[in-house]
Design a protein around this ligand. Structure first.
Ligand code: CP3
Length: 349
């Protein structure tokens, strides 16, 4: 596929090739902070939105049209594969995702399905193909999935969690069962990422939103091996598709996350970008890492924040500008627009 690829800033920066300026996209760039998104959500529920290709593409396109970012992430959710494995998933207003049949016992693990991604999520492949038609050759499409640990956390906890009591109970009490569950999940996620690449995604991102709740030793024991497995498995199938690994709240895990084998490490704002080459070497690219809450402050603070993040990365390539976590609902759209403009202005090389 590489021979015929148009040139994309995002891919060049991920691969460490020269770029004329730092590319920018934003995690959760489609979402409730945009009135156009809320207007669609008034008419359809969240899962219908994810499962209707035309609507998913319309929502994926909203930030492309309005912000002029350098990448189009497909609109979907991290919990779609958990649902395909048998999770009784519901998005409860005000509460976020809930899985009504959490995985807690050996029988629960045995009963999990190993879905064929195209059969389980036909809308996702269709949506990616449609989105590619809408945005290429201007910008590339990104696919994504959760990391095994974060996916397992939702499946075991049954939803959001503040202490991760159930997943940690299984880890410490029944480590062999936990390992089997993560093996199962990682096999599913490799196929799911490959399916997105075959449908037209030119980069993929793995979100490990919750692994920052682990100590370094537990991250190495319980999360890193299956993240590595997903990355190796995906790379064996799609050697030309760069892979971004995002681990939230991970300053204490940086050296370990770098061993996962991703092309790009997506970092939260607690990690000074300038430390990355000395801590993990110069062969990795970085993505990030403005604090999304800075967007709630005055425009002058956003401008300074953009300059500071750009100045913290010394190499002329290997940096994709992004936030340190997803855009929050109620973020002022004007500040998001300016943010992208400033990255394009101050990120010229
Ligand atoms: O980035 C994008 O624009 C693509 C879309 C995207 C969504 N979820 C849409 C969404 C992506 C990449 C995700 C990933 C995702 N989903 C993550 C990892 C990202 C991160 O922030 O770390 C996580 C943890 C989830 C699980 C999930 N889905 C939660 C916790 C929620 C509730 C969030 C909330 O703010 O209420 C969702 C629902 C969800 N996924 C929404 C969106 C736009 C809000 C849905 C709505 O109410 O309209």
């Amino acid at each position: 596929m590489t021979d015929t690829s148009p040139s994309f800033l995002l891919l060049d920066a991920a691969r460490g090739l020269p770029v004329s300026r730092t590319p920018v996209w934003l995690m959760r760039q489609a979402g409730r902070y945009m009135p156009e998104f809320r207007a669609i959500r008034q008419k359809v529920d969240f899962l219908t939105l994810c499962n209707t290709p035309e609507l998913a593409v319309e929502v994926s396109m909203q930030p492309i049209d309005q912000l002029n970012v350098d990448g189009a992430i497909i609109f979907s959710d991290l919990l779609i594969p958990a649902q395909a494995m048998g999770g009784d998933l519901e998005y409860v207003k005000g509460e976020g995702p809930v899985i009504h049949n959490p995985v807690r016992t050996e029988a629960d693990v045995k009963n999990l399905r190993a879905p064929h991604p195209q059969e389980a999520s036909p809308a996702l492949g269709e949506a990616i193909a449609l989105l590619v038609k809408a945005v290429e050759p201007r910008i590339p499409v990104l696919g994504f999935t959760g990391a095994p640990w974060t996916t397992a956390a939702y499946m075991i906890e049954g939803g959001g969690s503040s202490h991760y009591r159930y997943i940690k109970t299984m880890m410490y009490h029944e480590p062999a069962l936990f390992d089997r569950l993560l093996e199962h999940i990682s096999g599913v996620l490799i196929q799911y990422l490959d399916y997105q690449a075959r449908s037209g995604a030119r980069l993929v991102q793995i979100f490990d939103t919750w692994a920052g709740a682990l100590s370094l030793a537990d991250y190495r024991r319980f999360a890193l091996p299956t993240t590595q497995r997903v990355i190796q498995g995906f790379k064996a199938l799609q050697p030309d598709v760069p892979l971004i690994l995002y681990v939230n709240n991970s300053n204490h895990l940086l050296e370990a996350t770098a061993e996962a084998g991703a092309d790009v490490l997506s970092l939260d704002w607690r990690v000074p970008l300038g430390e990355v080459p000395t801590r993990v070497g110069a062969e990795v690219s970085v993505q990030g890492n403005l604090d999304p809450c800075l967007l709630f402050g005055p425009a002058s603070g956003v401008e300074q924040g953009v300059k500071d993040v750009l100045a913290s990365w010394k190499s002329p390539t290997r940096h994709i500008f992004n936030l340190g976590h997803g855009i929050l609902p109620e973020t002022p759209v004007e500040n998001v627009k300016r943010l992208v403009e400033w990255v394009k202005e101050y990120g010229q090389h």
